[in-house]
Ligand binder design. Structure first.
Ligand SMILES: O=C(O)CCC(=O)C(=O)O
Length: 262
């Protein structure tokens, strides 16, 4: 298991480029546990998979994943991970959602470049951060996430600047990384999934965090079963904003800007 705190060079990479990769963050045992549990949930949910949030073309998705296994509750609250999120989002933050995403093998669907939640940073700073738990090697062929480095500082939406946000951007880079890597992305940076042209799966989890004053993508206090809620530690309850009445009432002033939500 990864056991060092954020290094100065990781911090610089996150601040300047908008993302940082943590290769080998997952132990082989944790990687195996996450894969097994993800496959279990995909198999159990069948065609209903992802329905608590949204479906996406040529893509297998799961939503509300915190509710679907103890290992998932564990990873979203790991202090080592939250330290990176805290480097992106100022002040208090919460989990917005935990989803899984796997573009289907031999597919050609490319996500448009987007900013998560369709919100630019405001006077208080950044609002969103996504932690991608990479469960299969991300390669140039199998739909690695693309990111436009530095675009989190541009203060613009890709759809306002690009004629076609699905087209390649001249500055984009692919997150090529072995399974077991965690990618921390300031998702004000323009990013999106690419097509999985390989014959195999490209599984990952998206642990999506948002600033405390903004709405959760998936209202955890409503979606989690009573049994799951009872199993949470006080720190986990707080991270998921389970007991916060006000949280349940926050809405986005302009939910339509994204065109694509995490
Ligand atoms: O899975 C990926 O490669 C990125 C997905 C993403 O950005 C999204 O679903 O909003």
């Amino acid at each position: 298991m990864y056991n060092h705190p954020m290094s100065p060079s990781e911090r610089t990479q996150l601040d300047e480029q908008g993302y940082v990769l943590l290769p080998g963050f997952m132990s082989p045992a944790l990687l195996a546990e996450l894969r097994e549990n993800l496959d279990r949930v995909f198999a159990a949910e069948g065609d209903a998979a992802g329905s608590e949030f949204k479906k996406e073309p040529q893509t297998q998705r799961l939503a509300n994943v915190v509710d679907k296994g103890a290992v998932f509750r564990r990873i979203v609250a790991m202090p080592e991970i939250l330290a990176y999120v805290a480097a992106v989002i100022p002040g208090r933050f919460k989990l917005s959602s935990l989803n899984a995403r796997s573009p289907q093998p031999n597919s050609d669907w490319v996500q448009p470049l987007h900013i998560d939640s369709g919100q630019l940073p405001d006077a208080q700073g950044n609002i969103v951060c996504n932690v991608i738990w990479i469960l299969d090697d991300f390669t140039a062929e199998n739909g690695a996430t693309r990111v436009v480095p530095g675009s989190h500082k541009w203060g613009k939406f890709p759809q306002d600047v690009m004629a076609d946000a699905m087209a390649p951007h001249p500055d984009e880079v692919l997150v090529i990384a072995p399974a077991g890597t965690v990618a921390v992305i300031n998702t004000h940076a323009w990013h999106g999934g690419t097509a999985n042209r390989s014959g195999g799966p490209r599984r990952c989890l998206h642990a999506f965090y948002t600033r405390w004053d903004k709405p959760q993508q998936q209202l955890q206090r409503q979606l989690l079963s009573e049994e799951t809620k009872a199993s949470l530690t006080p720190a986990e309850r707080e991270l998921l904003a389970i007991d916060d009445e006000e949280n349940a009432r926050i809405t986005l002033a302009d939910p339509g800007r994204s065109g694509f939500l995490k």
